[in-house]
Each structure stands twice: as C-alpha cells, then as structure tokens.
Design a protein around this ligand. Structure first.
Ligand SMILES: Cc1cc2nc3c(=O)[nH]c(=O)nc-3n(C[C@H](O)[C@H](O)[C@H](O)COP(=O)(O)OP(=O)(O)OC[C@H]3O[C@@H](n4cnc5c(N)ncnc54)[C@H](O)[C@@H]3O)c2cc1C
Length: 458
C-alpha cells in the first residue's frame, strides 16, 4: 500500500493531480485488461515525457514500490494489471509522432501512440507499418513492442520485432538507454530484440524508431470453404510448401462461421466446417502468378468451393467476416478466453482437430480462429463465469490445449504473451537452465524485482 507521503511525491513527480489517479472508482478501471485477471493498483501515473518516467522509476526503486507499465490495456494474458498492488505507469499521454522520414522509410514515435495513429500518419506517403494486430485501433506501440504483437500481415511481413529499429527505454533504476539504430552506430550488443517481447519486465519503453514498408500495388483476396477442418489446415501447409508466401492466411471453424453469419448476415455458409481467408499482395505479375497455384491447392485439399473478391467492396465484405469474430462470439456466452498457441505448420491440421476433440471432451464451446500461416491458433473458449462447472471445464480445456501444443513441438504463445496466465507452463516448455538464464537477465535489468514483478517467469 502507498502512504500519503508516496502519493504526494508521485503527484509532484508527474506535475500535479491531473496526472495521477488514486481514488477507488477511477482506479477500478485500471484493475483489469482483456484477460480474465484482476488486480487493483494503488495509484496510476500518467507521465508526459521520458525524464518524468525516469524520475518516477528512481523514486519507486528507492521506495521499493512495484511498477506495471501499461498502454491501452488490451493484453490477453494479464500482463497489464497490478496483480500485487503498486503503481501503474500509463503511457497514454506520451502519444506524439516525432518524425516521419519517407526516404528512410522510418517513423519515430512516443510509446503511447496507437498502432492506428501510425498507419494513418504514413498512408499518404504510400507506406504502411506492417504489424497490424486486430487491436490496432487502440493498442499502443509500447504495448505492441512489449508483447511482440503480430497481425494478419505477419505471415509475409513478420511481427513487431521485425520492424523495430531501435528503442528508448527507462530501466527500473531510472537510467535511460537507447538501443539499435537510436544508438547512432552499429558496433554494439543490440538489446532491441531482447526487449521486444519482454512483456514490460525489463524496462519501460518510451520511444521507438520503426521501419515502414511500401504499400503493395496489387492485392487479391480469396476464400475457400471446406467440409473438413483438417483439410483447411493441410491446405495452408501445402500452400507454403509450394513456395507461395501469402500476406494473410486465416482459418475460421464452423462455430465461428455460424456466429459471424448470425451477426453480420454476409451470406457465409453456415454448414461449412472451415473457411480459409487468403490474401496475396505484390506486383501484379507476381500476384497473378500465385492465384492459380493457390486454387490448385484448394482443389487438391477437397475445397467444396472457392471465391475470389472481384472488387474492393467484395474484399471488404470478406475482411468484415474476419474482423467481426470477437464481437460475434461475445453474443454467444458471457465470458470468453482467447488462447494463443503455436504449432509447426505441418502439425496445424492435427492441432485444429485435437482442439475440437478437447471441446467435445469437456462439453464446452470452442470457436477456432487461426493466423494459420504462422501456425498460430486462437481457440476461443466460451463459457459462463457464473457457473462453477463451466469455469472448471474451461480451465481443464486450456490446460490440455497448452500441453497438446507443446507435445506437437509448438510454443505457449504466438503473440499474446505469457503474462500471468501461462507462468505455470513455463517449466513444461523450457528446461531449468533456460529459465535460470532468463531469470539472470531479469535480475541484471531489475535486481529489486519491482517491474512487472510477478509476470512471465515462475
Ligand atoms: C480484441 C483484441 C484483439 C487482439 N488482437 C491481437 C492481434 O491480432 N495480435 C496480437 O499480437 N495481439 C492482439 N491482441 C492482444 C493485445 O492487443 C496486444 O498484446 C497489444 O500489443 C497490447 O497493447 P496495449 O497497448 O494494449 O498494451 P497493454 O495491454 O497495456 O500492455 C501489454 C503488456 O505490455 C506492457 N507494456 C505496455 N506498454 C509498455 C511500455 N511502454 N513499455 C514497457 N512495457 C509496456 C505491459 O506491462 C503488459 O505486460 C488483441 C487483444 C484484443 C483485446
């Protein structure tokens, strides 16, 4: 618990009461993220510049106060909540775009800028910022870096870490460091990769230099319908094996197709076992060469039918189906856990089928959505949090999904992070030496264990 003296000092450090929250009801709004976890912070501070973050962290270190960095709070693994009290450093007021350099294809931003702000700012230069998480309208670049966020374009363009050239970070000691291209020279141990995906456990990201990608001139969007979920999974593996690298490959299962159709009335086939959404982009000749290869693979994998969007309206309708997934499922049950495991592509078909079996075994509804091109499955487990049996069955199902993914040679998380949710599986996924080494890295950055202290590492 913070005392009055702590609150007075923090208020002074952020420049007044407008930049600090410490009363019950407003604090409640920071007690959750998009996961099923809760935790009340003792205060939330809103710094407006790096030096302020540095002064706050010097003070929290001196006073032994726990700290959780936070962006938009869309975290799906409990990483953005203060599970053991302390303060939240909310980065939302550090939301300036500092520089756009179309010639170098870079953008320099503060950490509280949203992904969408970046997309909007670079569009007129014929550029995109390639990582496009479904939460892009609100999630911040600091949160995207901390979670190494992926997105629909990840298959071809990679995840956040592939587009971060350098970051400015405030360490738990309050010291400010810069990494990668922000150091100004290349003869360094580049800490950028280490910090990307470290889930706010090593430092608070305050600024980032990001690389931009030219907007491709031609795009073709297509869908295929399958009467067997495994065939859709095999189709994805075969497309990769053929040498084609689509921008996007998303699989929706029957539960999801029905939910989306009831919600959007787009005319999706409610009887289909799976819908595969594929987009390819590039120069027109390159794209047009890929389309027949893909349709051949559809046929080989028993696609019932396939369709190619004939114009932008049709393309947007297909994307609407995909983007409506979360909202549509929200209508089915009061609670939902979105899981996030990854398996090698040649195990995708098997994993999709096994998740369906797990749903049957525990008598619960699991809607499956997969960033299939990355082998990244998002089983959406639907339940009613007021029914203890439901909660128990969902817990068993989650446990089995994690263990199944690991047994298939996969990993615990593709993009949502370990946070609080998957800590107990870390010793299953990693050997003792790896965990010991990760802990020694954490200790080097944060010897007092104050920053996001109870996350990621067991
Ligand atoms: C509907 C929905 C769709 C989603 N779709 C995707 C998707 O397609 N791809 C994907 O990858 N994720 C997705 N997510 C998960 C989430 O949006 C991402 O993890 C996102 O990167 C989190 O950003 P945020 O600003 O909300 O961060 P928060 O949720 O506030 O924080 C996330 C983590 O980052 C840390 N953190 C935040 N800011 C900083 C900072 N400045 N410095 C250091 N650490 C920091 C926090 O401590 C926490 O551990 C989705 C979530 C929802 C609710």
């Amino acid at each position: 618990m913070l005392n009055k003296k702590n609150i007075r000092k923090l208020t002074e450090l952020v420049g007044g009461e407008d930049y600090l929250v410490c009363t019950k009801i407003p604090l409640y709004t920071f007690s959750y993220d998009a996961s099923q976890y809760f935790g009340n912070p003792d205060a939330v501070v809103f710094p407006t510049n790096t030096e302020m973050v540095s002064r706050i962290l010097k003070y929290t270190k001196e006073s032994g106060i726990r700290v959780v960095p936070r962006g938009a709070g869309t975290c799906l693994s409990g990483g953005a909540i203060a599970s053991n009290g302390g303060i939240i450093i909310a980065m939302n007021k550090m939301n300036k775009i500092l520089d756009i350099n179309p010639a170098n294809k870079t953008i320099f931003v503060e950490a509280g800028v949203t992904n969408k702000q970046i997309q909007n700012a670079v569009e007129s230069h014929g550029l995109i910022y390639a990582p496009d998480p479904a939460s892009m309208n609100v999630s911040t670049i600091g949160g995207n870096i901390a979670e190494n966020a992926g997105g629909m374009r990840g298959v071809k363009y990679g995840c956040t870490k592939d587009h971060v050239l350098g970051i400015e970070v405030v360490l738990p000691s309050g010291e400010i460091i810069r990494t990668g291209q922000l150091m100004g020279h290349n003869d360094q141990i580049d800490l950028t990769y280490l910090l990307c995906g470290s889930e706010g456990t090593l430092g608070v990201v305050t600024k980032a230099l990001l690389s931009l990608t030219p907007l491709n001139s031609d795009v073709v969007t297509m869908t295929a319908i399958f009467s067997d979920l495994g065939d859709a999974g095999q189709c994805v593996a075969d497309i990769f094996a053929s040498g084609v690298v689509p921008t996007t490959m998303e699989i929706m299962d029957n539960t999801l197709i029905r939910a989306v159709e009831d919600y959007t009335k787009l005319g999706l086939p409610k009887e289909a076992a799976a819908l595969l959404l594929i987009e390819v982009d590039g120069y027109p000749s390159e794209v047009q060469g890929q389309v027949p290869k893909i349709t051949e693979i559809f046929k080989k994998n028993n696609a019932v039918s396939y369709d190619i969007a004939k114009n932008e309206n049709e393309r947007q309708a297909l994307w609407k189906a995909r983007r409506s997934a979360n909202g549509a499922l929200g209508k089915l049950k009061p609670s939902m856990i979105v899981q996030d495991v990854v398996v090698p592509l040649d195990r995708l078909a098997m994993m999709l089928k096994n998740v369906s079996k797990i749903a049957d075994k525990y008598g619960i509804t699991i809607a499956q959505l997969a960033h299939a091109g990355d082998g990244n499955l998002h089983p959406h487990l639907l339940y009613d949090y007021r029914i203890p049996k439901d909660v128990e069955m969902v817990e068993h199902a989650c446990d089995e999904i994690f263990r199944e993914a690991l047994a298939q040679g996969g990993t615990l998380s593709g993009e949502h992070g370990i946070g609080l949710e998957k800590i107990k599986y870390m010793p299953v996924a990693f050997n003792e030496a790896s965990i010991k080494f990760m802990k020694s890295v954490k200790e080097a950055f944060d010897p007092d264990n104050l920053l996001n202290a109870d996350k990621v590492l067991p």
